[in-house]
Design a protein around this ligand. Sequence first.
Ligand code: PMP
Length: 457
Amino acid sequence: MSLTTREVQALDSAHYMHPFTDHQSLAGKGARVITRGKGVYVWDSEDNEIFDGMSGLWCVNVGYGRQELVEAAARQMEVLPYYNSFFQTTNLPAAQLAERIVGLAGARFSHVFFSSSGSESNDTNVRLVRHYWATLGQPERNVIISRKNAYHGSTVCGAALGGMSGMHAQGGPMVPGIEHIQQPYHFELAPDMDRDAFGIEAAGWLEQKILAVGPEKVAAFIGEPVQGAGGVIIPPKTYWPEIQRICDKYGILLICDEVICGFGRLGAWFSAEMMGAKPDLITFAKGVTSGYIPLGGVVVGKRVADVVIGQGGEFNHGYTYSGHPVACAVALANLDIIEREGLVDRVREETGPYLAEQFAALSEHPLVAGAETFGMVGGLVLMKDKASRTPFDSSLEVGMICRDHCFANGLVMRAVGDRMIIAPPLVCTKSDIDELIKRVRICLDATLKDIQSRGWM
Ligand code: PMP
């Protein structure tokens, strides 16, 4: 790097407005400058090695430094760096990728709409489902039901669709016609209730909301199979089948947001069906290119495609970068890697179960009240007194303190309140998982020592 760390930090602080960042507190310490990555590790400008327990932002599924992806981008840039698909034109990588993704999603799907991000894809979903019902002569059927603490993006519509209270508090008014129900968070909402019974009860909140809104007004329900940014909330196994039953009962469309869960992270190419749901639309992004280049989209089920494509006329919607040939070429090469290395099966059958076992054992730590994973995502809860289930005062921000200890000790874990979450790259081997868990333990010990010295425990 030609500039010193401090020089980069000064430039950054003066001019770069970061996503989801309190710049006053960042300016005091300076942003950490990440300079390179290889496998499951990244390095900063001071050459500290960091285990990336979050795969960037849940996206670098095949790990860093994959030359094949670099070459796929370079090759496509040489031949055709860009062309649009608006005016009766297409390009080979986009058409091939659409076919490939439909093949992975299964026989109920026929088309893919491309965007450059998860947020844009969910905006697409909202316009698509409303257009679907309008085409069927039911324009009043336009309410979309989502969940509290859901994350569906940061655009105006993505923020409204998501259930993050901090996002709803800014930049309003929110997009109308979006309702929220409680998330299926067993540990917090009903720890003493049988998990499966809670799954049925939590799904029932959807039916209550449909009845409150009026079934004739409800267009769709949207949910992440496992809620990611909301804290890796793994629903009871009864939840999704019951959600599907309720959607079927009222004929409403189901959108599964697989921006995190898709492309192998939960041990399936797409996870909804594995969890007992049959979505009409699937949102994807992130893992489709392993984050090497922006790409997202919606896999469109035949139920929707037959109406929107078959009868809907022109769908007045699209992005300059829909079907970007370079992004699609990188995605094809990325899917080749995932397939060739058998990463989806490996997560489901080998590394996922191993991570589950190792991660669950963390609940023996005095700070950890519960720890669970699904495939390559996991979350643990930090508590002041786990025997009496007493949480820390949220103003102490113990999760943030833990996150800082992780960062200082060569590990990226993310804090959502006092839930610490991980989403390591799918290429993790068992020995990478051992290293990850070793670092988590060191960071938990450092956090415990820190908060004991502050007299908080
Ligand atoms: N949906 C889900 C489930 C996500 O996790 C995210 C991003 N974390 C998004 C949508 C938004 O994706 P993007 O940041 O690419 O717009």
